[in-house]
Design a protein around this ligand. Structure first.
Ligand SMILES: Nc1ncnc2c1ncn2[C@@H]1O[C@H](COP(=O)(O)OP(=O)(O)OP(=O)(O)O)[C@@H](O)[C@H]1O
Length: 251
C-alpha cells in the first residue's frame, strides 16, 4: 500500500465561502458572496461603512450563521465550536472583561485556548509586547483607553499563535506609530505562514495586503492584488480603483 504524506494532499483553503446570503428582515445584507482565501495570505476586506464587512467576518468565525451558502475554515464546515482554538479573532467591539485586569483577561482566554505553564507565561509576555502594553499588564481594563482596549483585543487574538487570524478593523483608534509596529508584526506573522484576514476602510492599509476584496452593498465587486486592481481600473491608487471597480457587478 502506498502511503500519501499529508504534504502531498491538496491543501484546503484557509477560508472558503460559497454563495453566502445573509438577510436581516427584508434586507439582504450579503448577497451571493463567494470568496477563497489561500493559506498564508494577508487578505483585506475593503468597503465603506455598512457594506457588510463585519457581517461577513462573523459568518466566517461561526459567530453568526448564513441564511444561504456554505462557510469552510481550514477545511472544516462552519460553524463549529471546536474550531475556536484554531483561529484568533479580534472583534470590532472589544470582548473584554472590564472589571478584570489585562492579565486576568489574558489568563481567561489562555485557559480557553488550552495554554498553561511556561508557554502561557511566554505567550502573554510576547503578545503584550507586540501591542506595547507590557507596562499595563496589571491595570484594570476599565482604566484602559479605547485604543488600549483595541490593542489588548489584538494581544488576545495572537495569544495562542493561531494559524489563522481574523481581525475586524484591527488598527482603528490606534496611533500611527503603533499602527506601523502592528503592521510590522502582521508581516512577520505572514512570513511565519500565518493566514491573516482583516477588514479595513483605510486605503493605505488595503495596499499592504497580498489581495483584497472590494465589498459594496453586500456584494464583492472585485478580488485581486492591489497592483492588479489598479491596473484593471487604470488608476494609480486603491481609492480610485475602488471608485472605478466598486460600482461594477451591481444589480
Ligand atoms: N443584527 C443585525 N440586524 C439588522 N441589521 C444588521 C445587523 N447586523 C448588521 N446589520 C446591517 O447590515 C449592514 C452591514 O453591516 P456591517 O456591520 O456588516 O457593515 P460594515 O461594512 O462592517 O460597516 P462598518 O465599517 O461601519 O463596521 C448594515 O446596514 C447594518 O445596519
Amino acid at each position: 500500500m502506498v502511503s500519501v504524506a499529508s504534504t502531498d494532499l491538496p491543501q484546503t483553503a484557509a477560508v472558503d465561502l460559497h454563495g453566502i446570503v445573509r438577510t436581516f428582515g427584508s434586507r439582504t445584507v450579503l448577497n451571493d458572496v463567494t470568496l477563497r482565501v489561500e493559506r498564508g495570505e494577508l487578505f483585506g476586506l475593503l468597503g465603506p461603512s455598512g457594506s457588510g464587512k463585519t457581517t461577513l467576518i462573523k459568518l466566517m468565525t461561526g459567530i453568526d450563521k448564513a441564511d444561504g451558502g456554505t462557510v469552510h475554515m481550514l477545511g472544516e464546515r462552519m460553524p463549529q465550536l471546536s474550531m475556536f482554538q484554531r483561529f484568533g479573532y479580534m472583534a470590532q467591539s472589544d470582548a473584554l472583561y472590564n472589571e478584570l485586569t489585562a492579565k486576568e483577561n489574558l489568563l481567561f482566554f489562555a485557559s480557553l485556548y488550552g495554554l498553561s505553564g511556561a508557554r502561557r507565561k511566554e505567550r502573554i509576555e510576547v503578545s503584550m509586547a507586540v501591542v506595547d502594553l507590557t507596562d499595563h499588564l496589571n491595570k484594570q481594563v476599565a482604566a484602559y483607553s479605547g485604543g488600549m482596549k483595541r490593542r489588548l483585543s489584538l494581544a488576545i487574538a495572537l495569544l495562542h499563535e493561531p494559524e489563522l487570524l481574523v481581525l475586524d478593523e484591527p488598527t482603528v483608534g490606534i496611533d500611527p506609530v503603533l499602527r506601523q509596529s502592528i503592521w510590522r508584526e502582521l508581516f512577520a506573522l505572514r512570513e511565519k505562514g500565518t493566514t491573516i484576514v482583516l477588514t479595513t476602510h483605510v486605503m493605505d492599509e488595503a495596499d499592504k495586503c497580498d489581495r483584497i476584496a472590494l465589498i459594496r452593498e453586500g456584494r464583492l465587486t472585485a478580488v485581486d492584488s492591489p497592483a492588479a486592481l489598479m491596473e484593471r481600473s487604470g488608476t494609480t491608487n486603491i481609492e480610485d480603483a475602488f471608485i472605478v471597480l466598486g460600482g461594477g457587478d451591481r444589480s
